[in-house]
Design a protein around this ligand. Sequence first.
Ligand code: UD1
Ligand code: MG
Length: 499
Amino acid sequence: MSPETNGPAAVIVLAAGAGTRMKSRTPKILHEIGGRSMVGHALLAARAINPLKLALVVRHERDRVAEHVSALDPEALIVDQDEVPGTGRAVEVALNALDADAHLTGTVVVTYGDVPLLTGELLAELVSTHESEANAVTVLTAVLDDATGYGRILRAEDGTVTGIREHKDATEAERSIREVNSGIYAFDAAVLRTALEKVTTDNAQGEMYLTDVLGLARDAGGRVAAVVTEDRWQVEGANDRIQLSALGAEHNRRIIEAWMRAGVTVVDPSTTWIDSTVTLDEDVRLLPNTQLHGSTTVARDAVVGPDTTLTDVNVGEGAKVIRTHGSGSTIGAKASVGPFTYLRPGTVLGETGKIGAFYETKNVTIGRGSKLSHLGYAGDAEIGEDTNIGCGNITANYDGEKKHRTVIGSGVRTGSNTVFVAPVTVGDGAYSGAGAVIRKDVPAGALAVSLAAQRNAEGWVIANRPGSGSAKLAEAAQELTSTSTSPQSPATTEEGNQA
Ligand code: UD1
Ligand code: MG
């Protein structure tokens, strides 16, 4: 063991199994909870105890698993299991690969790739018990109400662990034992190596059982012991979608509890989902039905929700984000977003700025204090400071082939329904009239208008939609006008009718 690590000689993560009960084209251990694959959780727990080496045993869908693991943890040694089945064989091939340069000495920890709630703390406790008691093998166990399917822990009268019996090989009496093998162990490397040489496939499943190592270690005079955890979730694996969802919910419950302890208000934990990769400051408030994913961060005093989903979004101090779906965006301090707002990647909203109701944004930088309050689209654009974008404005950035940029200065006021046909630039302090279609650059301080003058075809509805509800109302309105304001001039109405 090297002085700078203090951790075990190696952790071996078993991940060769097929996971058929998941009924999925995705390998079981790549299924996610809390925004991270199950094997990603397993690797984090393994790394948390600073092993000198880390190996992962693969077979089923090996290429996809290996690619995923190498991306997450480039230092991990990927080991291929051969056609000999069983957890014993999996550990044996890993040990052989790890022993390639020099025989491992000291503690070797074995974990599973499909046990996502296991923590580094519990693994560290297993290792420290193992080493302080100078055990040959220390197994992590839990006492379950229903132990069906698990290997059972066999103990002598005095309580010492004597071995593990697989469910399929167990007698009725042994099946009534509720203490189960988690499949997570600390082994002395030399004991493990020697015992594995003696493990056979002579059992109900025709597999090399790693569990046989316990009895063999004891026969060889080694001490075998157990660390019993009260926290069954930490040793539970996900074999099907039902277990995946249960583990996901528990994972989320734990994350939320930790954030509440750290000073975050979570109004409704049952409808709030937070990935393990999210960071929150003290005094953040999360309102019901909020999901925070990926690298999302929320700064102090910000309020997110209700009904908001943010992925890779940075929310600034004191900002408010209401009923919003956002990704890849930055929301400045004291800015406000929502309700019913869609922030797409590349949206950067400056301090105290606003993106209001029914707005979609993408690739847009909005300066401090600028407001896009209602109904519009802003994409591939740059907007200066303290600019007010009127209701219904749109950046028409796509010509059918290429995207173009719209640049709008500071202190600009645009009329409702202005369309910016990019590429186009609007100077500081410029105005636009309602409905303006801005095709040419607008100089600083200019008013841009582009609509033809309005023409009213008087009486058009009565003439062209006779008998309709609108026509009747129009006639009634004319009558009212002629009797109240100009009783002597019915001709005006006649002229109107013929327009
Ligand atoms: C195993 C244990 C059992 C324990 C249970 C806990 C053995 C013989 N039995 O049973 O005592 O209660 O785990 O969940 O060890 N794997 C490989 N290669 C293989 C077989 C399995 O890498 O050839 C991996 C799997 O991907 C999985 C883990 O080992 O991550 C356990 O395999 P699984 O088949 O689920 O073990 P069980 O039979 O349930
Ligand atoms: Mg099995």
